[in-house]
Design a protein around this ligand. Structure first.
Ligand code: SF4
Length: 696
């Protein structure tokens, strides 16, 4: 085939940058940013620009593997692997019932694969133990936005950045984690004098480039947000007309704010009263304000409450539903939004429906052609509870698709014991080995997103079409095809009669009719001809805003205020574990490095794991730069190397999340992180736990 240009999407963060690939049908010859894509307007960060290098990594998995009698994984044919899975899953279902089976999905799959995995699990295997790694990522934002605004999706878009006059980054190191979005912010700052307040325990790259950095203690954002709103009231920045017309619950919240006088907030957050007042003044005096947040908020025990509190600030000041204003949740993964739209967490059903809602279950059963009562009425286990149930022997089989929980889950000792105990662990991944494939009985080779057709929905609800720009290696194939083939082998073929990803999209779109995330106006032909489309689609007016005319997707049509108090986390530092550990990403790597660890240029930028520690703490512990240390918590121990830096305050240490057992046994930060979760979203509090550090 003569080289031609096709469009696809970056496989990494939730900005969802469009790519233009020059391809000969088999290989990517050139990869550049898509100037017509609304998220990136042609820009790319280095990770995205080098994405094609991951396609040809030596660690690509080419063939299915089955664990043989001698305990090793041996290559097998796709047909034999599918047959083995169908037989063994069928046996476990027959002997132990649906609750013995779990499916664990990923925000890096196409929406078509996420939808089909969820359909097979909840509809046909009849287990609601279908969850995804969005539980570790966006569950708190999703729960918070649904409670406050009635729908899971930020009400504004990336194009609003060019209309904003101030930005808040709270729990977001966008300069490293969402670089193209942050680049748009920086340009706005340079061209219009817009200001950026960065709230982060560390002096990250984002903090260094902001107008003001508030180095709060981990897990105290909610106190600062309540304090800001109290000062907005005092400064007369409240939009009484907006509150009266479009919201409910203000009086209760207004009463609670009395407890958040600046002196108390300063004491909780560990910053000065002056910093709180100066930042509040920017917020109170800037009409066009965008607040970005991500894992620093979501991965805490107050993640949902904090999301509500960010939205409170925008509702009370009327800074929502206008150009350049609104609360903006930045999605971690490229397609977590698509999965959430299709209900791929254990409490969800397609079309942002809920398992707990009888009418929603009935609608989905009808659309899937299932008898009434087929879908279980209780939500399944969330990710943390799923592996705990496996450790207890209650879940006996798990199908893990496109994610690496033996590295990414908190409190890894529990996860490993669960995987060791399971009778059947199916791991579907594009790379081998991973920390999780060590526990697999069957391994299926998945295609990467550049090797398949499908759709991704990014942080601002934009649905983009992925064209196939390279050939998958060996027997690797799109994830949805493995799900379809197993479903067919188990006798569900009539409901899995899909020959192309576009057929699945048509069914998915139909599931959203009349829902807040209506996508019935979209299909592959439209995406091809007109480019990316944003839901809701069809829409009555301007396509940018989610809540047109300030009519919110709540039962009353009004947005909801929630009075959310600051509650200290359960796990506090003490004499045995005197330091607070926080976690996060670095610029060059992605999740557990299965992809970025194969790219030489990225490895040169961020070559190795470390523990960032303030010089004061290092001095007290007698540790110098480069010292090998053991980080201990109530759950386990991690090995790493000290990096002494003033970018982190005394009493707090930081470890990146990317390096795990394949780097060095015991290197993962998740050996020590806590599986304590946000009580509403069930998102684990990966951002904060108590540890000790000692020389190895
Ligand atoms: Fe990819 Fe995110 Fe970089 Fe865009 S900003 S190129 S989506 S990693």
């Amino acid at each position: 085939m003569l080289p031609e240009q096709r469009k696809t999407v970056c496989p990494y963060c939730g900005v969802g940058c469009g790519l233009v690939a020059t391809t000969d049908g088999k290989r990517v010859l050139k990869l550049v940013g898509d100037p017509e894509h609304p998220a990136n307007l042609g820009r790319l960060c280095l990770k995205g620009a080098l994405a094609a290098q991951t396609l040809v990594a030596p660690s690509r998995l080419r063939h299915a593997l089955v664990r043989g009698a001698d305990g090793s994984l041996v290559p097998t044919t796709p047909e034999e692997a599918v047959g083995e899975i169908a037989t063994r899953l069928g046996r476990i279902l027959a002997e132990h019932g649906p609750s013995a089976v779990a499916v664990y999905l990923s925000g890096q799959l196409t929406t078509e694969a996420q939808y089909l995995g969820n359909k097979l699990g909840k509809g046909f295997l009849r287990t609601n133990h279908v969850d995804s790694n969005s539980r570790l990522c966006m569950a708190s934002a999703a729960a918070g936005m649904t409670l406050s605004l009635g729908a899971d999706g930020p009400p504004l878009t990336f194009a609003d950045i060019e209309e904003a006059d101030a930005f808040v980054f709270i729990g977001s190191n966008a300069a490293d984690c969402h670089p193209v979005a942050f680049d748009r912010v920086q340009r706005r700052m340079k061209t219009s004098g817009a200001r950026a307040i960065v709230v982060d325990p560390r002096r990250t790259k984002t903090a260094a480039q902001g107008t003001m950095h508030l180095a709060v203690r981990p897990g105290t954002d909610i106190a600062l947000l309540n304090g800001w709103l109290r000062l907005c009231v005092e400064m007369g920045a409240i939009d009484e007309a907006f509150i009266a017309a479009h919201t409910e619950g203000w009086d209760e919240l207004r009463g609670m704010l009395d407890e958040y006088e600046p002196a108390r907030v300063a004491a909780i957050c560990g910053i000065s009263e002056g910093e709180i007042r100066a930042s509040a003044e920017i917020i109170a005096k800037t009409e066009r304000l965008i607040s970005f947040w991500t894992m620093g908020v979501n991965q805490t025990t107050l993640g949902t409450f904090t999301t509500n509190t960010i939205i409170n600030l925008h509702l009370a000041t009327g800074r929502i539903g206008k150009p350049g204003a609104g609360p903006f949740s930045l999605t971690g993964q490229p397609n977590a939004m698509g999965g959430r739209d299709m209900g791929y967490m254990s409490h969800g059903l397609p079309g942002q429906r809920k398992v707990l809602d009888e009418a929603h279950r009935a609608e989905v059963e009808a659309l899937w052609g299932l008898p009434a009562g087929s879908i279980g009425e209780a939500p399944g286990h969330d990710a943390v509870a799923m592996f705990e149930a496996m450790e207890r022997g209650e879940i006996r089989a798990i199908w893990i698709i496109g994610t690496n929980p033996a590295a990414s889950m908190p409190n890894l000792p529990v996860v490993r014991r669960g995987l060791e105990r399971a009778e059947l662990v199916i791991v579907q991944d594009a790379f081998y080995p991973t920390e999780t494939t060590r526990f697999a009985h069957v391994v299926l080779p998945g295609a990467l997103n550049l090797e398949q057709e499908g759709t991704f929905t990014n942080s601002d609800r934009t649905i983009s079409l992925l064209e196939r720009v390279a050939e998958p290696p060996g027997d690797a194939r799109p994830d949805w095809q493995w799900v379809r083939d197993v479903a067919r082998a188990m006798g569900f073929g009539a409901s899995f009669d899909f020959d192309a990803a576009g057929d699945i999209f048509r069914e998915m779109a139909m599931m959203t009719r009349g829902r807040p995330n209506d996508q019935t106006g979209v299909d592959y032909e439209i995406l091809r001809a007109e480019g990316p489309q944003r839901w809701p689609h069809p829409h009555a007016g301007a396509p940018r805003a989610l809540h047109e005319g300030h009519v919110f997707a709540t039962p009353s049509g009004k947005a909801q205020f929630f009075a959310r108090p600051y509650v200290p986390p359960e796990e506090q530092p003490d004499a045995r574990y005197p330091l607070v550990l926080t976690t996060g990403r670095v610029e060059a790597h992605w999740h557990t490095r299965t992809k970025t660890g194969t790219v030489e240029r990225l490895n040169r930028i961020d070559p190795a794991p470390y523990l960032a520690m303030n010089p004061e703490d290092a001095r007290e512990l007698g540790l110098a730069e480069g010292a090998r240390v053991l980080v201990k918590s109530r759950r386990g121990e991690a090995k790493t190397v000290v990096r002494v830096t003033r970018d982190i305050g005394p009493g707090v240490v930081f470890m990146p999340m990317h390096w795990n057992d394949l780097w060095e046994v015991g290197a993962s930060v998740n050996e020590v992180t806590t599986s304590e979760t946000d009580p509403l979203s069930k998102e684990p509090a990966l951002k904060r736990c108590a540890v000790s550090v000692e020389r190895l």
